[in-house]
Design a protein around this ligand. Structure first.
Ligand code: SD4
Length: 292
């Protein structure tokens, strides 16, 4: 049997993010408010080098952010390749709620942010990111390496006590990516998908491998056809493996929940974990993986 309410989010930083999401829900916020508040915690976490403006930059030395948000009635919004914005998740929500569009990118997203009263941050790398970038520049080998053990993108999916779903996803993307590169996180259906009739899914890992299979949408559609969240995540990993070369260098992980509050998680390689908040607490859970 499942849990309601339920919040899942990727990686260790999911614990404090879940705690903030849970607090929002308990204070009377909607599940949408909860998944926004949760990942805002990570966007401000100075120890995180893959989310927020403190994240590792692209190969020009500029931090560019991607984020998306979605509710189970089909409403969604996203921003990509956006600079100087501390909370891209809130900007994605503004795209969803205040424009007729789903996705706004780059300079246009920055202008929209200004029009919406978002403060613009100074364009300066965090000390940790600057240090890492300086070191990378010595060889500036252009092969974005995905760290098998520790990705940091946060994807969060939640279900409230009434069975309503929402999700959020935010990242600074692959370190040392080409300028303008966009990953899966802001692509509705790739990094995030939510449908109140079925469930929700989110992804982390090498964005290109996830976009290629419309990973999160695939998982929701598999659940619609009767798979459990766990079966759907495992099937999506199999699909990802079948459509990507050099799989030993690719890590990707998926999280899913269905509308009954059952959960699933699976990754290509070992090391993926997630935080799970229910009425009985907020705990880290290790995901299984295709390769052992
Ligand atoms: C991306 N999926 O931009 C993101 C990267 C990621 O931890 O998950 N990093 O491809």
């Amino acid at each position: 049997a499942g849990d309601k309410p339920l919040i899942l989010s990727t990686w260790n930083h999911g614990l404090p993010a879940n705690a903030d999401a849970w607090a929002k829900l308990k204070a009377g916020g909607s599940i949408l408010d909860a998944v926004e508040a949760g990942v805002k915690n990570t966007e401000l976490d100075l120890t995180n080098l893959s989310v927020g403006l403190q994240g590792l930059p692209d190969r020009e030395g500029i931090a560019t952010l991607d984020a998306s948000i979605m509710t189970g009635d089909g409403a969604c919004g996203s921003v990509a390749f956006v600079r100087q914005i501390k909370h891209p998740i809130s900007l994605a929500r503004a795209v969803m709620e205040k424009t007729p569009h789903v996705m706004i990118v780059g300079e246009g997203a920055r202008q929209f942010a200004i029009a919406q009263g978002f403060p613009l941050e100074e364009e300066k790398l965090s000390p940790n990111a600057q240090k890492a970038y300086d070191k990378w520049k010595v060889t500036s080998q252009y092969k974005p390496i995905i760290n098998i053990e520790n990705h940091d993108t946060i994807g969060m999916i939640g279900l409230d006590a009434d069975g309503k779903l929402a999700g959020s996803c935010t990242t600074s993307g692959l370190a040392y990516k080409m300028h303008g590169r966009v990953g899966d996180s802001p692509i509705i259906g790739a990094g995030l998908y939510v449908d109140d009739e079925v469930g929700a899914a989110t992804a982390t890992g090498l964005g290109e491998s996830i976009i290629r299979i419309c990973g999160s949408f695939l998982i929701v559609e598999l659940m619609r056809q009767g798979r459990t969240p766990q079966e759907a995540c495992e099937e999506a990993v199999r699909r990802l493996i079948s459509k990507n070369k050099d799989i030993k260098d690719i890590q990707a992980g998926f999280l899913a929940i269905n509308k009954e509050g059952e959960t699933g998680a699976f990754a290509v390689h070992p090391g993926f974990n997630f935080a799970k908040a229910t009425n009985s607490g907020n705990v880290m859970v290790d995901s299984g993986s295709h390769f052992k």
